[in-house]
Design a binder for this molecule. Structure first.
Ligand SMILES: Cc1cc2nc3c(=O)[nH]c(=O)nc-3n(C[C@H](O)[C@H](O)[C@H](O)COP(=O)(O)OP(=O)(O)OC[C@H]3O[C@@H](n4cnc5c(N)ncnc54)[C@H](O)[C@@H]3O)c2cc1C
Length: 457
């Protein structure tokens, strides 16, 4: 029996034990910092891999493979000899006894806890919409979206063969934030650029993509000039953007915008985000408060009220800075994780220094969202200030994403895939795995509404 397991069973703890829940951007960043310190670290995640979420839409739209953007957690922290990885789901946190309960039944004791379980989709109380309009958060979501989008083209081709017509290929993306814009642009790209020579009976270029955004603007967090530029670039790619369009129902084959029915062969959800449910578990501790999205309200040291040994980081944390909430994106998550790791290091080693440690401050370098091939917007704050759009923003987006990808092999393989896809307009990972049914297709297909006379069988 290893000494670590023996110590665990006997309750002896020669060094402080830090449990990190969640190996996303925040959790990994904390783990890398703590890996160099004199503490014992347990990194807990319900998946065995870290997912680079900013490139998930490229898996969903068949540009990249899941393996290009995901990396086994064990291999990432392999060189941190003080770190163990446990793949399990956390079901409960006892902040009085300082224990974490995991699904397998084990209870794990901590001296310090970092909670970084991120966020999840919100269907605004209409959870039944999830089966019809999948959202994008995990590799599984991405492969399901890929299945549906590609299947729509396959079913159209098959129906052309059978009947000489097919329903309009209209893809509806609900939500015009960065994920909605990326998904819409990428569907348009595959239909207009990458698949045009693959089908004999349908014209993939006739596919339409529609973004339905409830607020008056897409990319709400971006400055107005970049919002307008994004719409222009989307329109150029053939994507229609409808703003102030409130979706009232989502059904197989269509969505309702008020009283208007909008046909959809494939509906995707990019509209709402809510904090991971673990925030609610923590809020069972008296004094711990949540905001309206379920994020845990923390102080400037990232501690929830009354819990100086607990740190909440990343999307799950509600941190205020200069009167505004720090955004739920990757950079703040990494910076919070690193800060929590450093702070724990000081608390363990030198309480005087810990008392003098400056509060967390998010260093905003800017944001960028890609819209399609050669199309993007970027709000750059560091190392220079500029609002960029089009090709330059797109190049910048590519380099930044390659740079931040976890793992050298992934960087190389993403670079190679992009070269094939964007320069040669070919290849891609257009695999349909799983079921061959598409919600709503049969309803849309009866009666068929689009015809094409020159069917060649
Ligand atoms: C499609 C998409 C595109 C995005 N694009 C961008 C972008 O271009 N730029 C950008 O800056 N940000 C982007 N973001 C946001 C960014 O990815 C998040 O802000 C970031 O991932 C948050 O990091 P995190 O560590 O808080 O959570 P996450 O990275 O979500 O990690 C949470 C981890 O916790 C684990 N977990 C959750 N619950 C449990 C549990 N009960 N037990 C055990 N483990 C659990 C999960 O498996 C996961 O590994 C995007 C997000 C999405 C979904």
């Amino acid at each position: 029996m290893s000494s670590a397991i023996q110590q665990r069973l006997t309750g002896e703890r020669p060094r402080a034990r830090v449990i990190i829940i969640g190996a996303g951007f925040a959790g990994l960043s904390a783990a890398q910092r703590l890996g160099k310190l004199a503490v014992d670290v347990t990194l807990l995640d319900r998946k065995n891999h870290h997912t680079f979420q900013p490139l998930l839409y490229q898996v969903a739209l068949a540009v990249l493979s899941p393996g290009d953007i995901a990396q086994p957690i064990r291999s990432i922290v392999r060189n941190n000899s003080n770190t163990e990885v446990v793949m399990d789901e956390v079901l409960g946190i006892d902040t009085v006894k300082r224990r974490v309960h995991i699904k397998s039944g084990v209870e794990m004791i901590y001296d310090y806890l970092i909670l970084a379980t991120g966020s999840t989709h919100s269907y605004f109380g209409k959870s039944e919409w999830a089966a019809i309009a999948p959202g994008l958060k995990t590799v599984e979501d991405a492969t399901e979206i890929r299945r549906r989008v590609l299947l729509a083209f396959e079913l159209a081709e098959r129906q052309m063969l059978e009947t000489g017509s097919h329903p309009p290929l209209q893809f509806v993306v609900i939500g015009g934030g960065p994920t909605g814009v990326e998904l819409a642009g990428a569907i348009s790209d595959i239909a207009r650029l990458y698949m045009t020579r693959d089908f004999r009976h349908i014209d993939t270029k006739t596919a339409k993509v529609l973004i339905l955004e409830g607020s008056p603007h897409v990319l709400a967090a971006y400055p107005p000039d970049l919002q307008k530029s994004a719409v222009r670039q989307l329109n150029k790619l053939g994507v229609t953007v409808r703003t102030s369009a409130h979706v009232t129902d989502v059904q197989p084959g269509y969505v309702m915008v008020g009283d208007e029915r909008v046909d959809s062969c494939c509906t995707l959800w990019a509209a709402g985000v809510q904090a991971s449910p673990l925030g609610k578990l923590l809020a069972q501790t008296p004094g711990v408060e949540l905001d309206k999205r379920g994020c845990v309200i923390v102080n400037q040291y990232l501690n929830p009220k009354n819990l100086p040994e607990v740190f909440v980081c990343g999307d799950l944390a509600h941190v205020e800075q200069d009167g505004k909430q720090v955004p739920g994106v990757a950079q703040p998550a990494m910076q919070m994780g690193d800060y929590a790791g450093r702070r724990i290091g000081l608390l363990v080693a030198d309480s005087d220094k810990a008392a003098r440690m400056k509060p967390f401050r998010y260093f905003d370098k800017g944001d960028m969202a890609t819209i399609g091939r050669k199309a993007a917007v970027a709000r750059v704050v560091w190392p220079f200030k500029a609002n960029l759009s089009g090709f330059i923003a797109w190049m910048m987006w590519m380099f930044v994403h390659i740079y931040f990808l976890v793992g050298f092999r992934n960087r190389l393989s993403v670079f190679r895939s992009w070269a094939f896809t964007y320069i040669q307009l070919q290849d891609g990972v257009r695999l349909i795995v799983g079921s061959q049914t598409l919600p709503g297709w049969d309803e849309l297909a009866q009666p068929a509404t689009t015809t094409q006379n020159d069917v060649q069988i």
